[in-house]
Write a protein that binds this ligand. Sequence first.
Ligand SMILES: Nc1ncnc2c1ncn2[C@@H]1O[C@H](COP(=O)(O)OP(=O)(O)O)[C@@H](O)[C@H]1O
Ligand SMILES: Cc1ncc(COP(=O)(O)O)c(N)n1
Length: 275
Amino acid sequence: MSEINSFPQTLTIAGTDSGGGAGIMADMKTMQECGAFSTAVIVAVTAQNTLGVQDFQALDPKLINEQFSSINGDFKIRACKTGMLADAEHVSIVVDNLKKYDFGPLVLDPVMIAKGGAQLLSDEGINTIKNDLVKLSELITPNIPEAERLADCEIKNKDDMLLAAKKIKEMGAKNVLIKGGHSESLEVNDLVLLDDESHFWMKSKRVDTIRTHGTGDTISSAIVSRLALGDDMKSAILYGKDFVEAAIKNTIQVGHGHGPLNHWAYNAGGNNNEI
Ligand SMILES: Nc1ncnc2c1ncn2[C@@H]1O[C@H](COP(=O)(O)OP(=O)(O)O)[C@@H](O)[C@H]1O
Ligand SMILES: Cc1ncc(COP(=O)(O)O)c(N)n1
């Protein structure tokens, strides 16, 4: 007999992307492909396309609280993530709601600057993430510039990445994934530092493309989905890396700038064959 809410459900707490490639749109497409039912709390709305972010506005706190309450009142969320949170006030609203409700393990994607250069989180917002949100996270997934800001250090090589990951873990994140997409090497190296202090690297060939809009949203959402489906953290992270790799390799031609990923690619066998 089926039971209400037995299906794996996830929650993304982030900003929208009118261009469909990043933010909540990328999160929900990824979660769908990964076999989870996704819900969303919209924190900010952006006017955005593959050429950049033209404008954005964060939502009224009351409406954000109501979205959290609506989701809590009906669904059983097994894992959640945060993305673009705009400013300190909105980070604090999210912190309060995550303390109030049980939405399962939190994957914190500390989105700061969009690929096109727009600042999606204020400096004060970064401090509030460091002080209040990091300690609620089961996993934090900064890219290299975000890890530099969080750990307050410069990252030039793999040793620096490991040092930064250790500093971020000391702030209270249980597990840390530093994504290597912003390095200059031909090989992309993502670092994972696990709760038990062990670490490993996820290596892939750099794909020569500017169509990398929403890579961070995609890997973190794939991880959240797998956690909701019952994977342990390490398996979920390895799955997320495979998922995003397929989505980057199998380019789709959409938009004139930093185009979106191919979210169908993984399920279409996109890590084995070009599709
Ligand atoms: N050009 C690329 N080729 C292959 N993998 C990439 C490329 N760019 C990013 N990735 C991968 O995509 C994921 C997101 O990385 P990154 O771009 O650093 O994050 P963000 O989107 O948050 O800036 C990582 O797993 C990274 O290794
Ligand atoms: C609403 C929203 N969330 C996240 C990103 C980051 O994605 P990217 O770094 O690929 O621009 C974005 N551009 N917009």
